[in-house]
Design a protein around this ligand. Structure first.
Ligand code: CTP
Length: 407
């Protein structure tokens, strides 16, 4: 048991941990968190709120972390070196410990009036909170509503613990011990999540020929599928990526199968799915293909002002996989312009999926050719909103979500 714990802690080596300290009596324990993280080989930077300095001095945390502690939002000196945007980009994970009821409320409502709240708003990665407050404040319906909202947005809530409080009362609200916090942090970097698993991913558009020089296709860039392949690889999986024509580099060690048509994609998927544990269908497969593709180039006829093309429905590859007797964990994507939740839920049900990733493609900033996306992760039990982030970070979140489901 002990060796397992020690092995997990190794995941913190060389990781950039941004610790934010807010004003609660447990703030003195943040010194112990920094000390333990440094011992594990993490790079630690600390942000403090004004009130936290009543409980512990910036100098203590500066000495322990080996880095200047950030306090002010608009500090010309620190903006020059590492300002709030750089801090949020630097962090592999952001930990708020202790996190007061006030900070919980500010995070839930998206306020940005000091350094901590601004960094959090600009931060795209995993956020972990260790709440610490009086037990009545913790139980308060408004705090619970805020916590529920943050959880739904993907924030990890670590604790609180129950027991005797600094104010003399007994109940839930105490910050969990630094050791427990480190254990939770190391789980985020558990890179072995999918070791021994095979992940099959489809990506990109398909091209359906009209004649030897023309085809019907769509605007899919393949970015989502390629970055999911990378995230699955990072998590220790064996990855097969079946992709339509895209201009992306394939991650090293991913087995890439290049196809053009929906028919070719179907064949390849049915071949590779047999021993797969997870199937992720990000491809924008053509729903119809020309019924009679011509063998020679169609010539323009001056006598014809309009022409029509007869099309046949293609096979729904995702549905074929879901209907297999021995099927993997099946993940579909729903690209919607209206009623995202309702339409995605319907896809989950109709296509018998384990997870549907719903995204709104009506916005130019996210979806198709963008490097960013904002999605809803929908299963039969829950809906999780993942706010706008890079496709790399989103992919890690999706892979983590799937691996937790597999457990
Ligand atoms: N898909 C597939 N094979 C097809 C069509 C779609 O595997 N021939 C997969 C996509 O990769 C995606 C999911 O099905 O994961 C949803 O595709 P979408 O085109 O949005 O769904 P449709 O069922 O075609 O519904 P609609 O176009 O009406 O939204």
């Amino acid at each position: 048991m002990k060796s397992l714990f020690l092995k997990k802690l190794n995941y913190l080596t060389n990781k950039n941990i941004l610790l934010a300290v807010t004003g609660g009596i447990a703030a003195y324990k943040s010194a112990e968190i920094v000390r333990k993280l440094k011992k594990e080989g993490s790079n630690v930077r600390v942000v403090m709120t004004k009130s936290s300095q009543e409980f512990i001095t910036p100098l203590t945390l500066q000495a322990l972390s080996g880095n200047p502690v950030k306090i002010e939002l608009l500090d010309p000196k620190s903006e020059e070196a590492m300002g709030h945007i750089e801090l949020s980009r630097w962090a592999d994970v952001m930990l708020i410990a202790p996190c007061t009821a006030n900070t919980v409320a500010k995070l839930a409502s998206g306020e940005g009036d000091d350094l901590l709240s601004t960094v959090t708003l600009a931060y795209e990665g995993t956020l972990i909170l260790a709440p610490a407050m009086n037990q009545v404040m913790w139980r308060d319906a408004r705090t619970q509503k805020n916590i529920k909202k943050l959880k739904k947005e993907g924030t990890i809530i670590c604790g609180p613990a129950s027991g005797e409080q600094a104010c003399g009362e007994v109940g839930p609200g105490r910050m969990v011990e630094p050791e427990e916090i480190l254990k939770n942090l190391s789980l985020i970097f558990d890179t072995e999540k999918l070791s021994g698993k095979k992940v099959l991913i489809t990506a990109g558009p398909t091209q359906e020929p009209i004649d030897p020089v023309r085809y019907i296709s769509n605007r899919s860039s393949g970015k989502m599928g390629f970055s999911l392949a990378e995230a699955a690889l990072e998590a220790g999986a064996k990855v097969v990526l079946i992709s339509g024509p895209v201009s992306l580099d394939c991650p090293k060690n991913v087995h890439l199968v290049k196809i053009k048509t929906a028919e070719e994609m179907l064949k390849s998927v049915m071949h590779h799915v047999k021993d797969s544990d997870i199937f992720i269908s990000t491809a924008a497969v053509a729903d119809y293909r020309p019924k009679f593709p011509k063998e020679s180039k169609i010539k323009k006829l001056r006598t014809k002002k309009s022409i029509s093309l007869e099309m046949n429905e293609t096979t729904d590859i995702l549905r074929e996989v879901s209907n297999l007797k021995e099927k993997p964990f099946v993940v579909g994507f729903a690209a919607e312009t209206d009623n995202l939740l309702k339409n995605s839920q319907e896809k989950l049900r109709k296509k018998k999926l384990d997870l549907v990733v719903g995204n709104d493609v009506s916005s130019e900033e996210i979806g198709f050719d963008s490097d960013y996306n904002e999605v809803l992760l929908i299963t039969n039990e829950e809906e999780i909103f993942v706010k706008k982030c890079s496709k790399t970070i989103l992919s890690r979140k999706i892979i983590k979500f799937i691996s937790n489901k597999l457990k």
